[in-house]
Design a protein around this ligand. Structure first.
Ligand code: ATP
Ligand code: MG
Ligand code: MG
Ligand code: MG
Length: 576
């Protein structure tokens, strides 16, 4: 590919609505272009990554025995009425009418349509098991589309659906998908964790989310480094024992209502009006020490909205100032704020952990914290927009000392994650409602056991960047890179030697099946290098007259501090 033929469209600054780094870099690198809230054009550069993501998913799904088909984006409401989801789904489901006033939906997933196919096509036990998948556009009218393609309204999902004759067989299908997902995200070079998740209203027995680990992730994960236990926060909470807690220490000034604190509790505890914003929170480190929390312990701060719904979670570490709060000893707190630290005792927090709110500063719309305001000023990512709304600081938990499951062997830690995949045993939820049966050996109709398995194809684009970037731009793992190699000739338009060496190398690499792009735009080296660092191509080859005089070209990996010189004839072999 020649850069002059392709569309390279980079920006120095990200638009102001881009909150997280992946969104900013994708906008700056010309990977996506906003059309409407949560609706994006996938530009040529971004689409190349999406196609690579899809190819890996497709390969592994087929290897795991799944069969590809394609179901429509627009689906008749009748099927959705059969399952009950037409009424139940809520405002995320986009409903529309055709010219005959018939109801349709734009699919957020395809359980109904695939169950309709299965009840017609899979009549006998001999046809089972089957697993169908497609990679298709979805629409969910998200309450708050944000982070670019990570929470879009229109997005691409791979969704697969398994059909089995009994629970054991369905469990095997589930495991096959679980293993396939592990291979898929591994091949993409991502750091991820499979976590137990709640099955919600659908019931069933098993569900796991695949979470890409990233500080900017919207989900909270609880895990045990020793036993391997991992769950999302909702699941961990559902399993948490309601053991009685030790009484708070005598010097604590206030104790909110035992059990889970409400917004009112917290507001009263902090001594601030409901719907105000607190400037900072200080945790008493001596109390944490007493609770046996080692340096590096992760502390969680949850913000609740006025209506008690969970708003945001921010992580901090015991080693120092971080996140939306800071640490001090009880004595320092008293000296600074003129009050003793108090005990806030919602679930999961050791009773000896104490906090004090810094009430010396007037409420403000930004959440500012740290030793001085310059240290931490949250205007973007996880905070800015949220705390501009009526918000309360509500709930601190330290799960290190908690024990949210019967099978957890060691202490727990928390991380943030981006949900990129979800595997789900559905049981007979849909087959029962839609009468999807097959005939067993005795000729008796039996309900099919189902599973569903989603991967957020376009969300992965953002998740991969969240994990792989630096101050200069994206750093693509080779498996996902829009181009694996960029050839940057210095003086392409001026030097025949450079032009010919660059073109020859380009043709050779392209013939060897390598995704190579030759930057023939005639840009100055600084601007040219900045573009490719922003775009994050893993390998750059610089060809110049000076190098060619010694028979050398420069090769530099995107993560390398410096380039190495290679004899020109060896480069193709090196790259392959
Ligand atoms: P979330 O909790 O992030 O809203 P979900 O649990 O609603 O996701 P699922 O119904 O499990 O999503 O869908 C399967 C996958 O589709 C998710 O794991 C995620 O990767 C992806 N996905 C869901 N919603 C979106 C969205 N709005 N934009 C991009 N990808 C999405
Ligand atoms: Mg959702
Ligand atoms: Mg989810
Ligand atoms: Mg999910």
């Amino acid at each position: 590919m020649k850069a002059s033929q392709f569309l390279i469209s980079t920006l120095k600054e990200a638009p102001s609505d881009a909150e997280v780094v992946s969104h900013q870099l994708m906008m700056r690198g010309g990977f996506i272009k906003r059309l409407s809230a949560g609706i994006y054009n996938y530009m040529p550069m971004g689409l190349r990554v999406i196609r690579k993501i899809e190819a890996i998913i497709r390969e592994e799904m087929v290897a795991a025995g799944a069969v590809e088909l394609l179901m429509p984006v627009v689906q008749p409401a009748e099927l959705w009425q059969e399952s009950g989801r037409f009424q139940k789904y809520g405002p995320e489901l986009l409903r529309l009418k055709d010219r005959h006033q018939r109801d349709f939906v734009i699919q957020p997933t395809s359980e109904e349509v695939i169950t309709d196919i299965a009840r017609q096509e899979l009549r006998s036990y001999r046809a089972l098991p089957k697993n169908f998948f497609h990679i298709q556009t979805k629409f969910r009218d998200e309450r708050r589309p944000r982070f670019g393609v990570m929470r879009g309204r229109e997005f691409t999902m791979k969704d697969a659906y398994s059909f089995d004759r009994d629970v054991e067989a369905a469990g095997r299908s589930y495991q096959q998908m679980f293993d396939a997902y592990t291979r898929i995200f591994g091949r993409m070079g991502l750091t991820f964790r499979a976590v137990a998740a709640d099955n919600g209203s659908i019931g069933g027995v098993r569900s796991h989310e695949f979470q890409v680990i990233a500080d900017t992730g919207e989900d909270a994960i609880v895990y045990c480094p020793t036993s391997g236990y991992a769950a999302n926060i909702e699941m961990a909470e559902a399993l948490a024992p309601t053991a009685p807690r030790a009484a708070p220490a005598a010097d604590l000034v206030k104790t909110p209502t035992p059990g889970r604190s409400t917004c009112e509790d917290v507001a009263a505890f902090l001594g601030v009006p409901l719907h105000s914003t607190v400037k900072s929170i200080v945790l008493a480190t001596d109390a944490l020490d007493a609770a046996g929390a080692p340096v590096g312990t992760t502390i969680w701060l949850l913000l609740l909205r006025g209506d008690h719904s969970l708003n945001e979670i921010k992580v901090g570490k015991l080693e120092g100032l971080q996140g939306g709060f800071r640490f001090a000893t009880s004595a320092e707190i008293e000296a600074t704020f003129g009050c003793k630290p108090g005990y806030l005792g919602p679930i999961g927090i050791p009773p000896s952990v104490r906090i004090v709110a810094d009430r010396s500063v007037a409420p403000m719309s930004d959440f500012v914290c740290g030793a001085n305001d310059a240290d931490f000023h949250y205007t973007g990512a996880n905070w800015g927009r949220d705390v501009a709304e009526p918000t309360l600081v509500a709930d601190i938990r330290n799960v290190v000392a908690g024990d949210p499951s019967p099978d957890v062997a060691g202490p727990l830690a928390m991380q943030r994650g981006i949900e990129v995949g979800h595997v789900f045993l559905l049981g007979t939820f849909y087959s029962q409602k839609m009468n999807a049966t097959f005939l067993d050996e005795a000729g008796k109709p039996q309900l099919m056991q189902m599973g569903c398995y989603g991967i957020g194809v376009t969300r992965l684009l953002g998740a991969a960047i969240e994990q792989n970037h630096d101050e200069r731009g994206m750093i693509w793992p080779r498996a996902l890179a829009p181009f694996e190699v960029v050839i940057c000739p210095i003086g392409f338009d001026r030097s025949d030697a450079v032009k010919s060496a660059a073109t020859t190398l380009h043709d050779e690499l392209a013939a060897a099946g390598i995704d190579v792009i030759l930057d023939d735009r005639g840009e100055r080296p600084g601007a040219m290098f900045a573009d490719w660092e922003l775009i994050g191509v893993p390998l750059r080859i610089v060809i110049s007259d000076r190098g060619l005089r010694d028979g050398l070209v420069e090769v530099q990996g995107r993560r390398d501090a410096a380039a190495t010189s290679q004899p020109a004839p060896n480069v193709a072999a090196f790259v392959k």
